[in-house]
Design a protein around this ligand. Structure first.
Ligand code: SF4
Length: 224
């Protein structure tokens, strides 16, 4: 039987998918959350996962699983741990190029895509019978969608239920609120250079300790 799962991120769009699945408006009962590290994810995202998403999923018969990157020796590796590793010569998180555009990065592939792909394979996904993986992209960010078979991971076939339903990010917030759940913030590592000035200002104001940690991390500071 083809594996079907949603890539869950504890943000607005994937939480709307969780609500839609609970309401049986989309046909998914497995949600996979790739945790890049308790020291790396924004604490609000981890709290949302623990306090809201996990109990909501359980109450609706949905399996919501947190996954971690595991090294060959069996220990967990976190993105922050890799950034702070002595002697590491590469920067896995995105940097801003001189024109302001994000440069290449490996963090999403290493700590999210491959971690989820490994779990899909463990559950039976193969090249001959690829898993159907739903991603939470809404119509206002449609340019990020890459439907169909993932060439890098040929045992997963990407689908976009929010696009099929014509839902925007605002629609997602409404769906979550109408289900009686708090609307989550944007999910990302607290030090992600993709943050805009507004997000950095919020982090400095609301979590000055994290803002200081982010300054100490080897990751680059974004432009502006
Ligand atoms: S949130 Fe940013 S730093 Fe974290 S995995 Fe994604 S792109 Fe990398």
């Amino acid at each position: 039987m083809t594996v079907r799962s949603v890539s869950y991120g504890a943000g607005v769009q994937s939480t709307a998918l969780l609500v839609l699945a609970a309401q049986q408006k989309i046909d998914f009962d497995l949600f996979l959350f790739a945790n890049v590290g308790d020291d790396s994810e924004h604490p609000d995202s981890l709290a949302y996962m623990t306090d809201v998403a996990v109990p909501y999923a359980a109450a609706h018969g949905i399996e919501l699983v947190a996954l971690h990157k595991v090294k060959r020796d069996g220990t967990k590796e976190t993105l922050m741990g890799r950034l702070m590793k002595e002697g590491s010569r590469s920067l896995p998180i995105p940097v801003r190029m001189s024109n302001g555009a994000p440069g290449s990065r490996s963090c999403t592939a290493d700590f999210k895509i491959r971690v989820i792909a490994k779990e899909l394979k463990r559950r039976g996904a193969t090249v001959a019978d690829p898993a159907t993986v739903a991603l939470g992209i809404s119509v206002d960010e449609i340019e990020r969608a890459k439907p169909g078979l993932d060439e890098r991971m040929p045992y997963q076939f990407r689908v976009y239920p929010l696009l099929d339903l014509g839902l925007t990010r605002a629609d997602c917030k409404r769906i979550i609120a109408e289900a009686g759940l708090p609307v989550p913030g944007k999910s990302a590592c607290f030090f992600c250079p993709f943050h805009d000035k507004h997000a950095w200002a919020n982090l400095a104001r609301e979590s000055p300790d994290l803002f200081q940690v982010r300054r100490q991390a080897r990751g680059p500071v974004p432009c502006g």
